[in-house]
Design a binder for this molecule. Structure first.
Ligand code: NAI
Ligand code: MG
Length: 481
């Protein structure tokens, strides 16, 4: 079986302690990776600091960093087929969804590449005889802890911004999904000064925890679960290291009776079945105006019946979930749904012919749950939609805001007053009116209210995560010269 080595100090490190990575579509082993040792992580951090302080990296001009990232975007596009295949093998997602992720990754490198020489400071008038400037410097060694649901996209969005701003980057890919990160690091490592890009692999509780508590790092970007986000933040707190956390959600799609039905049906369905529901911004709750519920839900069930499920390579509408653990977590919740609610469609794991050992689950709609039920408030990370009704705009807002999360929300209505009012009252980092996701949104700030996280990724604003702000005040005086 192929082994995916780590990249430390420009070299490819095999390591002793091996972890097997599985293909979610087949349940079969795919490759192995290394569970990095603490000594290897210490090496990576020390080398990153040396590379960051070194003349070679300092002498690369911002526009040159940008050009390199734009070239990487071109490389990704030229090899889109290859990248999509790797991502689909690793995560299980249908090829066409993997293709969309690969294109988004290219867009991130292109976007931040273009912005690399536009990170500008300020001058502030103080008084005659003082010149005051605010400069933005790279922050230092940045750590990127990447989850398994959108490996290439989530890695690219933060790594691109960090390199564009001149940092030394250490990526830790998720133990389930190393493949596309490895390929991108390979390309960057061949072109950047040694140690500016490094890739360490291994279990979160070992490698991730040690890396986030390391006194030699200067910033952490983490995407994943709330408990792990708390652990990362606590570890970073010991060293006063800033964190950018994107911790998922329980995002609502709020559908009013005057919605464009076709758009709303399609939007609500896609928002929960994309990547088999394993999306931070999945539209996991349908909040529907009571008078419209029966008609809308009946039509939604019809659509769910048409969803074709299969292996990534079969390229259907929905693939498997990530692994046996995820399937078990989802199955347990589905049993709760059968017990406490009314399952309108789905509700069980699924056998896919010729892929009997893959981790498949039926797309599911559950009605009749209490708003405090675990399925109504916890992030499930599976293709499970829970339904709740409202009668007034106030009720809709209250329901939309009724979880600890606040990442994204969709609102479907033709009433411009309702749309604006909802947008202003929903506590979420992104609100979409009559769409959900707006084509990926590379340029839009993305992040959470409440437990959905701290800080923003994507967009120009994310470059601030990777810069230090310095104020320089210069007194000038020509008297007595
Ligand atoms: P996780 O949050 O534990 O893992 C995400 C990343 O963090 C992985 O790279 C992992 O190796 C690393 N990690 C784990 N423990 C760590 C620690 N103590 N210190 C530093 N890094 C650590 O999520 P997991 O266990 O893979 O999935 C469990 C649930 O988390 C999912 O069912 C889902 O609800 C949620 N999740 C949310 C994501 C999102 O996009 N917001 C992404 C992945 C998971
Ligand atoms: Mg895998």
């Amino acid at each position: 079986m192929e082994h995916i080595p780590m990249c430390i100090n420009g070299e490819w490190i095999e390591g002793e302690d091996k972890i097997t990575v599985y293909n979610p579509s087949t349940g079969k082993p795919l490759v192995t990776i290394t569970n990095a040792t603490y000594a290897q992580i210490d090496d990576a951090v020390r080398i990153a600091n040396e590379a960051f302080e070194g003349e070679e990296w300092r002498n690369v001009k911002p526009f040159e960093r940008g050009q390199l990232l734009v070239e990487l975007a071109q490389f990704i596009r030229q090899n889109a087929e290859h990248f999509a295949k790797l991502e689909s093998l690793d995560v299980g997602k249908p090829l066409q969804q993997a293709h969309a992720d690969v294109e988004a990754a290219a867009r991130y490198f292109e976007f931040y590449g273009g912005a690399a020489d536009k990170v500008m400071g300020d001058t502030i008038p103080i008084e005659d005889g003082i010149f005051n400037a605010v400069v933005l410097e790279p922050i230092g060694v940045t750590v990127h802890i990447v989850p398994w649901n959108y490996p290439i996209q989530i890695m690219s969005r933060s790594v691109a911004a960090a390199i564009a701003t001149g940092n030394a980057v250490i990526v830790k890919s998720a133990e389930d999904t190393p493949l596309t990160t490895h390929e991108i690091v390979k390309w960057l490592n061949a072109r950047l000064p040694k140690g500016i890009i490094q890739h360490v692999t291994g279990f979160g509780k070992d490698v991730g925890a040690y890396l986030s508590s390391h006194p030699g790092i200067h910033q952490i970007t983490f995407t994943g679960s709330v408990p792990t986000g708390i652990a990362v933040m606590q570890a970073a707190a010991k060293n006063i290291v800033p964190v950018t956390l994107e911790l998922g959600g329980k995002s609502p799609n709020v559908v009013f009776a005057d919605a464009n039905e076709e758009l709303a049906l399609e939007g609500v369905m896609r928002a929960i079945i994309q990547n088999a529901g394993q999306t931070c911004s999945a539209g996991a709750r349908l909040l529907i105006e009571k008078s419209y519920k029966e008609i809308f839900c009946a039509k939604l069930v019809e659509r769910f019946q048409q969803i074709r499920i299969g292996a990534g390579e079969q390229n259907l509408d929905m693939g498997p979930v990530l692994n046996a653990n995820q399937l078990k977590k989802i199955t347990t919740l589905l049993e709760l749904a059968q017990r406490d609610g009314k399952v309108l469609i789905g509700g069980k794991p699924l056998r896919v012919e010729n892929y009997e050992n893959g981790y498949y689950v039926e797309p599911t709609i559950v009605d009749g749950l209490d708003v405090t039920h675990p399925l109504a408030v916890e992030e499930i990370f599976g293709p499970i939609l829970t339904v709740f009704t409202f009668e007034t705009v106030e009720e809709a807002i209250q329901l939309a805001n009724s979880t600890d999360y606040g990442l994204v929300a969709g609102v479907w209505t033709r009433d411009i007053d309702v749309a604006h009012f909802m947008a202003s009252r929903i506590k979420a980092g992104q609100v979409f009116i009559n769409n959900y996701g707006a084509a990926g949104g590379i340029q839009m700030p993305f992040g959470g209210y409440k437990k959905s996280g701290i800080g923003r990724e994507k967009g120009l604003v994310a470059m601030r995560n990777y810069t230090q702000m310095k104020n320089i005040a210069i007194r000038y005086n020509v008297q007595g010269r």
